[in-house]
Design a protein around this ligand. Structure first.
Ligand code: SAM
Length: 244
């Protein structure tokens, strides 16, 4: 008689276990773990960043963006690891910690218009789009530009304008910009981007030699149009290409 009584109990236990490891639950758990890792990295690098924690709006954005929807199928299982991943065409989706600090350092606000150079997977654009009014993003590789546009539309980021183009020259018709995020390593700060930055705006960009470690630079334009540049920390990005 004891045997049949145990079967329902086992079934209940099995279904509870199934709920706790359902794909949605797994994603939520992996995202929470990723956020804790980012918070640790931010604390560890506080002396470079000039802050020891992320703004709550940036944290919420990092929590909300479904990174697994923006990577190729064969990378999905790694989507919530704190590292860059290949997205095809020799390019990468940036490391979440780097996306978080680049977002944080331009101090994005709700009404802002932000330019991103180097759409790649669309991940950085989606994180920005969680916070600001409008994101304009440029990608030089046509296939990536097309795929990111479709993916961002599919997952509901209607405040992102994206197109194929050489981001060195910016996107004057979409600006001027409160913030500019360049996600490829440049040899210098592109003058057209400085022109398209509003007074009071901030631009973040990796600058250095091709395929070597670059320095992440934060360029601030004050209300009088004067520039102040601060070196943040060493980073490694794929190069900014194009004909400039
Ligand atoms: N922000 C991307 C993301 O979140 O997935 C990661 C970008 S990946 C590190 C750099 C991207 O910049 C690549 O997709 C590359 O093709 C693009 N890129 C390189 N030079 C460019 C240029 N001159 N204009 C626009 N995009 C460029």
């Amino acid at each position: 008689m004891r045997f049949p009584l145990r079967i329902p109990a086992l079934l209940i236990l099995a279904s509870l276990l199934a709920v706790s490891v359902s794909p949605a639950n797994e994603v939520a758990q992996s995202r929470d773990r990723l956020l804790r890792e980012i918070a640790d990295d931010v604390r560890r690098t506080a002396q470079y960043l000039g802050r020891d924690r992320l703004n709550p709006a940036v944290l919420a954005a990092m929590k909300n963006v479904p990174r697994h929807e923006l990577v190729p199928d064969n990378q999905r299982r790694y989507a919530y690891e704190n590292r860059p991943l290949p997205i095809g065409y020799g390019q990468t989706i940036s490391q979440p910690y780097i996306v978080a600090i680049m977002t944080e350092l331009i101090d994005p606000e709700a009404g802002d218009v932000v330019l991103e150079v180097g759409t790649g997977s669309g991940y950085q654009a989606a994180v920005l789009a969680e916070i600001v009014e409008r994101v304009c993003t440029l990608e030089i590789i046509p296939q990536l530009a097309k795929r990111a546009k479709a993916d961002l539309h599919r997952i509901g980021y209607s405040n992102v304008r994206s197109r194929k183009g050489d981001g060195y020259y910016g996107w004057p018709e979409c600006g001027p910009f409160d913030g500019i995020v360049v996600t490829a390593g440049a040899s210098h700060v592109p003058p057209p981007l400085i022109e398209q930055l509003k007074p009071g705006g901030k631009l973040i960009i990796p600058v250095g030699s091709r395929f070597m470690t670059q320095q992440l630079l934060l360029v601030e334009k004050d209300e009088a149009g004067e520039l102040r540049t601060r070196q943040i920390l060493p980073v490694r990005f794929v190069p900014l290409t194009g004909g400039h």
